[in-house]
Design a protein around this ligand. Structure first.
Ligand code: HAM
Length: 418
């Protein structure tokens, strides 16, 4: 038997209803905050991700599904959405009527990481981006939105962590200080960090190898090197979060795994996911639009790990199982063909209806209706056909009503929707 690819998964009926519920809450919230949906391709030119996420990141170095297509072009299954959204923003000049654009997307991403709980090779993100807005209030609003969504989904114990990574003006000073430390602990660093420490020292701060973390326990923090502008923005972000009643922690080690970040970065973490503590992450990327060939416009955004969110929501998948409004229990072939016609017509009317298409006893039909959790059963047998009256049984109250064949669809619809 051919099994699915390691790190990929099926989301089966029973679980999918929970995903739909999460998606619906997210869409409702995004739309209340003025976001519009954008749909981007699953595959892009490899160059796009190299240039935006950064050549020295784990994602680009080790995790992308990259291959030459049949024409020899290098293409990559998207590992994240920001790069593509920025590409679309530039390519379609979405900034022309008004640079400020709030966009969201929901869909699968691909990273060839080592699979474990909360970490998959195909996973889903709910991604939101605010392009063309410089104010840190946009960051505050994004964090607030995340907190609201988690609240609506009954997620307990989530914690917002924020940091600032500075800008092109203040980062060089920080970089110099960090490089000084890295030079002194050089021989204790892992292979990746040794390779990255000169080209991209910030990456070393993101390393999860215990020896590197230990060697960097005294590492300087970007927050201590912020220029006046960055400091003012970071203070404004914190003041806005406080005024919105959002609890947060300043985490000076939060550097994030992608190179495009500037200034504010944030994550929502929870203890419920084991090693994979981040349920959402994001931040500002004020230079990316320009670096990808667009105008010099700032931007900020986040992505939620949909799979991780589905694992920690305080909702039961069972609560969202669809149940039929009515189950048609027909006895005998002639009743069944009549019921089949009613079944199709009721479905057309938007009634959730199910029936058994094979030959079954009344007992087994009632069992099926129970298993499906049908609210009503409409019974038709020889006697009902003779009298031209079907029986509608309310499975909760056990009450039965006679429904004349004449106008049966309209009557059932009226009885079920009142
Ligand atoms: P990221 O931190 O790489 O950021 O991913 C965001 C979230 O996606 C993570 O917090 C996590 O919940 C989920 N995630 C990442 N990798 C996996 C995986 N292998 N399996 C399951 N879930 C995963 C970004 O992708 C940025 N594009 C976020 C952003 C948007 N920044 C600005 N705008």
């Amino acid at each position: 038997m051919i099994q699915l690819i390691r790190g990929f998964k099926d989301i089966l009926p029973g679980e999918v209803e929970l995903w739909q519920k999460i998606e619906q809450e997210a869409r409702t919230l995004f739309e209340s905050f003025g976001f519009r949906e954008i749909r981007i391709p699953i595959m892009e030119k490899t160059e796009l991700f190299k240039r935006s996420i950064g050549e020295d990141t784990d994602i680009v170095e080790k995790e992308m599904y990259t291959f030459a297509d049949r024409g020899g072009d290098m293409v990559t299954l998207r590992p994240e959405a920001t790069a593509s959204i920025v590409r679309a923003y530039i390519q379609h000049k979405l900034y022309a009527p008004d640079p400020a654009q709030r966009l969201y997307m929901i869909g699968p991403m691909f990273r060839r990481e080592r699979p474990q709980k909360g970490r998959y090779r195909q996973f889903y993100q709910i991604d939101a981006e605010v392009l063309g807005v410089k104010s840190p209030l946009a960051d505050a609003q994004l964090i607030y939105l995340l907190v609201l969504l988690l609240e609506r989904l009954n997620v307990a114990g989530a914690e917002a962590r924020i940091n600032s990574l500075g800008c092109h003006a203040c980062r060089p000073d920080f970089r110099a200080a960090l490089q000084k430390l890295l030079a002194s602990v050089g021989d204790r660093l892992c292979e990746d960090c040794t390779r990255r420490k000169d080209r991209n020292p910030l990456r070393v701060l993101d390393c999860k190898v215990p020896a590197c973390r230990e060697a960097l326990s005294d590492a300087p923090s970007v927050v201590d090197y912020l220029c006046d502008d960055c400091r003012r923005d970071f203070d404004e972000l914190q003041a806005a979060l406080t005024s919105l009643g959002v609890a947060y922690i300043v985490d000076k080690r939060l550097v994030r795994g992608l190179d495009y970040y500037t200034r504010a970065t944030f994550e929502i973490q929870t203890g419920e996911l084991g090693a994979q503590s981040a349920v959402a992450g994001g931040g500002r990327y004020d230079k990316l639009v320009k670096e990808l060939g667009g105008p010099d416009l700032p931007a900020t955004g986040f992505a939620i790990g949909f799979d991780r969110l589905a694992e920690i929501v305080g909702l039961q998948a069972g609560d969202y199982q669809p149940r039929p409004d009515v189950f048609l229990a027909a006895l005998g072939e002639r009743s069944r063909s009549l019921a089949f016609e009613w079944c199709c017509r009721l479905g057309r009317e938007g009634i959730r209806v199910e029936m058994e298409l094979g030959d079954k006893s009344l007992k087994s039909l009632m069992k099926s209706a129970d298993r499906l959790g049908a609210a009503h059963v409409l019974m038709i047998g020889d006697k009902e056909r003779e009298e031209k009256v079907a029986l509608l049984r309310n499975m909760g109250t056990k009450e039965q009503i006679a429904v004349p064949f004449d106008g049966v669809i309209a009557t059932v619809k009226r009885l079920l929707t009142k």
